[in-house]
Design a protein around this ligand. Structure first.
Ligand code: SF4
Ligand code: SF4
Length: 165
């Protein structure tokens, strides 16, 4: 199984491989879709019968993915969809993927269930480090709960200068 409890992960650090931007459909919330359409035009999204998606190129990659010297960066950084901000973590209020005892995460007295998609290249398996438990996971929990808006780690622009659209 590729979805595992967070307690099986030692650490996570995005290596900007771009895998998550090449192999997954990105489902947009309605406000996200509206913002992207207003900023870039409808051609950057792909609505279907039931949901709004980011447009993918013929090779499967997201239309906002930019590759430079084997490093992938997101050009939608300032309005990155929630689905992208949360990858590879899943923060849930019930143990959807099982192993409830291993997946529970206590955030300020609130019991949540946190899982990780093992397909992410930036994961290291093992016993969680204090940094992972007390810094990385809370960031994703806060994003999921709407407490934190910004997330700069995944496919970040940090350290890179890109030409604008
Ligand atoms: S989040 Fe994971 S899969 Fe996505 S670019 Fe970073 S390391 Fe690669
Ligand atoms: S992180 Fe950016 S480039 Fe990657 S799928 Fe999301 S919007 Fe596209």
């Amino acid at each position: 199984m590729r979805i595992v409890p967070w307690t099986q992960i030692q650490s996570w650090n995005c290596v900007r491989c771009g895998l998550c931007c090449r192999h997954y459909d990105i489902v947009l919330k309605l406000p996200e879709w509206l913002t992207i359409v207003k900023s870039f035009g409808p051609e950057f999204t792909s609505p279907n019968m039931t949901k709004f998606l980011l447009r993918r190129r013929q090779d499967g990659s997201c239309a906002f993915l930019h590759g430079a010297s084997n490093t992938s960066v997101c050009r939608l950084q300032h309005m990155k969809p929630m689905a992208c901000k949360l990858w590879p973590f899943k923060v849930l209020d019930r143990p959807k993927y099982g192993e409830a005892e291993s997946s529970i995460y206590n955030y300020r007295g609130h019991g949540l269930f946190v899982y990780v998609d093992k397909n992410c290249t930036g994961l290291r398996l093992g016993t969680p480090t204090p940094e992972f438990s007390h810094s990385v996971i809370p960031e994703f929990v806060e994003i999921a709960l709407g407490i934190r808006q910004n997330q700069y780690k995944s496919t970040s622009l940090l350290g890179l200068r890109l030409r604008s659209f």
